[in-house]
Unconditional design. Sequence first.
Length: 387
Amino acid sequence: MTQPTVLLSVNTAWNAWNFRAGLLDAIMRNGYRAVVAAPADSYAPRLVQAGCEFVDLPMDSNGTHPGRDLQLLLRYVTLLRAQAPVAYLGYTIKPNVYGSMAAQLLGIPVINNIAGLGAAFIDDSVVTRVARLLYRTALRRSSKVFFQNPHDHRLFIDGGLAGDDVSDLLPGSGIAPGRYQAAPVSGDGSRFRFLLVGRMLVNKGVVEYAEAARIVRRQLPDARFQLLGPVNAANPNSVSPDAIAAWHAEGLVEYLGAADDVRPYLAAADCVVLPSYREGVPRTLLEAAAMARPIVASRVPGCVDVVEDGVNGLLCEARDAADLARAMLGMASMPLAGRQRMGAAGRRKVEAEFDEALVIRKYLDAIGQAASLPRRRGLRIWHRAGA
């Protein structure tokens, strides 16, 4: 008997491997054939080794050219007709928009995940308005739309971008607490080590982090400020490699490059910092909390779902280097016992609220419901085209 197929699409194979590997494993263990469609990168072979089938699906993840987006829609139609999945799982904006449209044309049930709204929703602009229109079109016939924080959920419901009856909340992408062990918090305040983990993007607050480092150094000249994560010069929101190299050469920050396993770096840090402009639920903060690291983060959607001010970290205003420096100095001057309490509170919060098992259970329920539905007819436009 042929296994039913679940097709998951996202904007990079790296994303699928780092954030969806546990879900993909659960999908396969529950009798489904798992197909991942994304632009190929060095992580695609890992997905194949894990038992998934991988389809290289080129897409201009950051572009807005209508011709290239139409090509992507047609690629999705071709792919989904060939694979005939019982459910289509979309992540990130273009798979959520164009993959969902293609699946709906073919009558395939769609399960979306709005994992943070990214640069397109941070400012009110023409791009934001176009993104809202595309989401409204793509999500209106979805079987399930998962959100990673209540702020994004409310924004989509109030804006008519998704139906309340098919929406649900997830605790981010979840995390396996057993993979992360609480590490002792250091007592050496003079060589205090701050660490920012994430892609080197402007909207992650990387520039403010460097500016705050200058301010903090005036009081703590021996403090260390580290950056860990990839640089993608093709992304228009990327911090330029030249800027990072200049900070590094100046001795202001230490750029550590990218790493597959962040745990040794988190264990060595005294505090993890994420001054982001907006998030879904940031995986880096879940990992930091799981390892009992106190956190400094911006008071924005996503970050405030992980960090409770004064409980497991300190909050600051986004896009404000001076306020970020205030919070970082506050963390560095805190007695060791206070930072230890914060770290322990973060670990408890992750175990209680963000276990990956909660995410997997909700997805398997949604996939099972989709698989049991009779295949819907595609939209009228598809039948008129003679399909």
